[in-house]
Design a protein around this ligand. Structure first.
Ligand SMILES: NC(=O)c1ccc[n+]([C@@H]2O[C@H](COP(=O)([O-])OP(=O)(O)OC[C@H]3O[C@@H](n4cnc5c(N)ncnc54)[C@H](O)[C@@H]3O)[C@@H](O)[C@H]2O)c1
Length: 373
């Protein structure tokens, strides 16, 4: 039995990239029963060892050592965006399924090549964000699916912050190719929109950059100035066909933070969703003629980063399709690249890729419990 087909027990998981976000993944994956974290790898071996020790993972070391492990079936790729697909191909070549942090790739060809590689090998690539699988957004998606706002027609999303260089100790990659508010935060908002409306058809956009350099605000490199290589504000109009649209802004240049804002308007009402970069949070439903909204408290199990890895593992076992699929991530990337290109060219961009509807999770879905037979 190969590592990728051994489904009789909790799936063995390895993590590549022991940086900032690995803490959240390790906290959750070490408590979710359908997965067992067996190895943490990083270029920085002491960093990998420290994270493994902190979370009781039995082994750590290099990427090659991880990929040689027979008992690892799924590899969680938490490296920086510039190497996501290189690392992804190495994982696939070792016969293991991939969970990738976002964005899936830096361009459309690289995303398509990764998905084709997986398909040719009979393996899967799934991709963050999995916040959309949390009880908060899922409660709203179930409300939309059962018709609480009628037919969804339009949406407004807003992500406005001063910028992550104040808190992230190595923020350069967030202002380089594959970063900026569009690619760093856009996936949370646009993935939610794709779950609501389905595939996008066309985008229009405008971009700006308020400052050419930023200063690191925390950690050992605090005070260091680095170059801003991508726009730090995008305003987009995303069309989903038949008059359905979303206006979305993604900004690292607002002194006044206003983020986590997603509002979907339908023929019969409006729903305000929780922050799509969190797993919980309540929704509010506005109906015509009502002065006050109806609260829609989040219903479902507590979740967290890594929930998508569990959904991937269960889908592999059941032969189903994981919700945070590579196909959804590739379509979201196509939209984000379309926004970037539309802003750069001052022209609308047609979105060539498409993806089918993604069904909401059942209310009782719980990433923590064991489903192993
Ligand atoms: N920090 C956050 O709050 C956050 C939230 C959600 C998603 N993400 C995403 O997670 C990913 C990682 O972000 P981060 O903030 O943890 O970055 P980070 O810079 O803190 O950590 C990245 C780690 O990957 C390692 N690495 C880089 N290239 C490697 C390679 N080729 N092989 C092995 N290890 C390699 C680095 O040594 C580093 O330890 C990014 O894609 C980011 O978009 C981050």
């Amino acid at each position: 039995m190969t590592a990728a087909t051994n489904r009789s027990r909790a799936a063995g998981v390895g993590i590549i990239g022991a940086g900032n976000i690995s803490t959240q993944y390790l906290e959750n994956l070490t408590r979710f029963a359908d997965v067992e974290v067996r190895f943490v790898a990083d270029l920085d071996l002491p960093r990998a060892a420290a994270q493994a020790e902190a979370y009781g993972v039995p082994a750590s070391g290099s990427v090659d050592e991880l990929l040689a492990r027979e008992d690892v079936e799924v590899v969680v790729n938490l490296t920086v965006p510039a190497v996501h697909t290189d690392v992804g191909h190495r994982i696939l070549a070792a016969g293991k399924h991939v969970w990738s942090e976002k964005p899936l790739a830096l361009d459309r060809d690289a995303a398509a090549a990764l998905l084709a590689d997986a398909e040719a090998r009979g393996l899967r690539v799934a991709c963050a964000p999995d916040t959309v699988l949390g009880a908060g957004i899922q409660t709203a998606l179930r409300a939309i699916a059962r018709g609480d706002i009628g037919e969804p027609l339009t949406a407004t999303t807003m992500f406005h912050v001063p910028g992550p260089e104040s808190w992230h100790p190595s923020p350069d990659f967030l202002f380089a190719l594959g970063g900026g508010p569009l690619f760093d935060m856009g996936p949370y908002y646009v993935t939610t929109l794709v779950h609501v409306f389905g595939a996008a058809t066309r985008v229009q956009a405008v971009a700006s950059t308020s400052r050419q350099t930023r200063t690191i605000g925390s950690g050992p490199r605090a005070g260091e100035v680095f170059d801003v290589q991508v726009p730090t504000h995008h305003a987009a109009l995303i069309e989903f066909g038949e008059g359905r649209s979303a206006q979305s802004t993604f900004s690292f240049q607002h002194a006044l933070p206003r983020n986590g804002f997603v509002e979907v308007n339908g023929t019969d009402g409006t729903i305000v969703l929780p922050d799509p970069n969190t797993f919980d949070g309540d929704s509010a439903l506005w109906r015509y003629g009502q002065d006050e909204p109806t609260a829609l408290p989040a219903k479902g199990a507590e979740s967290g980063r890594g929930a998508g890895v569990v959904d991937l593992v269960r889908s592999i076992r059941d032969g189903g399709t994981e919700r945070a699929s590579g196909a959804v991530a590739a379509h979201v990337l196509d939209i984000l690249l379309g926004v970037r290109d539309a802003a750069a060219a001052g022209q609308p961009v047609e979105i060539a890729s498409a993806v089918g509807p993604v069904a909401p999770l059942p209310e009782g879905w719980d990433p923590a419990v064991s489903t192993a037979g």
